[in-house]
Design a protein around this ligand. Structure first.
Ligand code: GLN
Length: 306
């Protein structure tokens, strides 16, 4: 058996140590034992587990919506509304909304991502969502859609996000009204993908956008990766950077993307995108098996990027 399969088999057992997210009712239906990993280089891939199984992007979309908004407006304009500083707080925390001159700390936490949702190009909710789905479709070279059941389930249990959005609006950090920003943000979280799709998105980042037609400046992609490194794994980001050492972003669905700028994993060489799905998550909100897999992979194949 190849080393990578051994890592996968050992890590799969870790799914027992986590629980599927239940604060969004539709996510509670996920199979807690599921675990799939896709690794993609420019010309080959390794897939372990069922990489065609679909789930929703959740917070992984924050990277993509940030890139669309920053590519459209330019980073200076975006930074008038959202900072690029880590918080060390949980993703939906409201405690710091009155510090930093009321400006959300970064686009990887809910406050920053809701502001970004209001800044997306387009006049309507539909256009704003489309600006991100079109970007994803160019990366994946296929159509994507919003999982309406998950979206509705989120929309009807969005008290925290709604509270955040009202505070942002009161402080002048929303460019649309509260409901539109929330609807855009929650629809983006509810986009359906599979692990292979995640790996393609990560490969797009690893190649600085060189592997497909989707347009984003290298500067914005670099900032997105810096945000992933410093804020991508919620309030575990510091430890993840210290002990795994890869830009990564997780979502409460159990999705994770991780970026290898230049590495060698079995027969894969050069830039490598990694997509994982393991819906059993820890208290912070990260896939338990996903974190364990990436830690072992980074160690075994010497992937630490700093
Ligand atoms: N839609 C989720 C929320 O806003 C996304 C959170 C996440 O993946 N951390 O609560």
């Amino acid at each position: 058996m190849k080393n990578i399969q051994i890592i996968y088999e050992n890590t799969k057992k870790m799914t027992q140590k986590g629980k599927v997210a239940s604060y969004i009712p539709a996510l509670a239906e996920a199979d807690s034992t599921a675990f799939s990993v896709s690794l993609m280089s420019m010309d080959d891939k390794i897939e372990l587990g069922d990489c065609t199984k679909t789930f929703t992007l959740q917070s992984v979309v924050k990277v993509l919506s940030f890139m669309v908004a920053a590519h459209h407006h330019g980073i200076e304009e975006i930074m008038r509304y959202v900072d690029v500083e880590p918080t060390g707080d949980s993703f939906n925390s409201i405690v710091r909304l009155e510090s930093n001159n009321n400006k959300p700390f970064n686009p990887m936490i809910n406050a920053g991502a809701i502001t970004i949702a209001s800044l997306l190009p387009g006049q309507s909710m539909f256009d704003k969502v489309k600006s991100v789905t079109s970007f994803i479709e160019k990366i994946l070279n296929k159509q994507v859609s919003v999982n309406n059941e998950v979206y509705m389930s989120e929309y009807h249990s969005a008290d925290y996000n709604r509270a955040i959005a009202y505070i942002l609006q009161a402080n002048g950090f929303l460019k649309s009204d509260v409901e539109e920003a929330l609807q855009v943000y929650l629809q983006l979280c509810s986009i359906s993908v599979n692990s292979s799709d995640l790996a393609k998105i990560a490969l797009y980042l690893a190649t600085n956008g060189q592997n497909c037609e989707a347009a984003c400046s290298k500067n914005v992609i670099n900032i997105a990766k810096a945000l992933m490194m410093t804020c991508g794994m919620y309030n575990f980001s510091g430890k993840f950077a210290a002990f795994v050492g890869l830009p990564a972003k997780s979502g409460v669905s159990g999705a994770i993307i991780a970026v290898v700028k230049d590495g060698e994993i079995e027969h894969l060489k050069g830039p490598i995108g990694i997509g994982l799905y393991g819906p059993a998550i820890d208290d912070v909100g990260n896939s338990v098996a996903g974190i364990d897999f990436l830690a072992k992979l980074s160690k075994q194949y010497d992937l630490f990027c700093l």
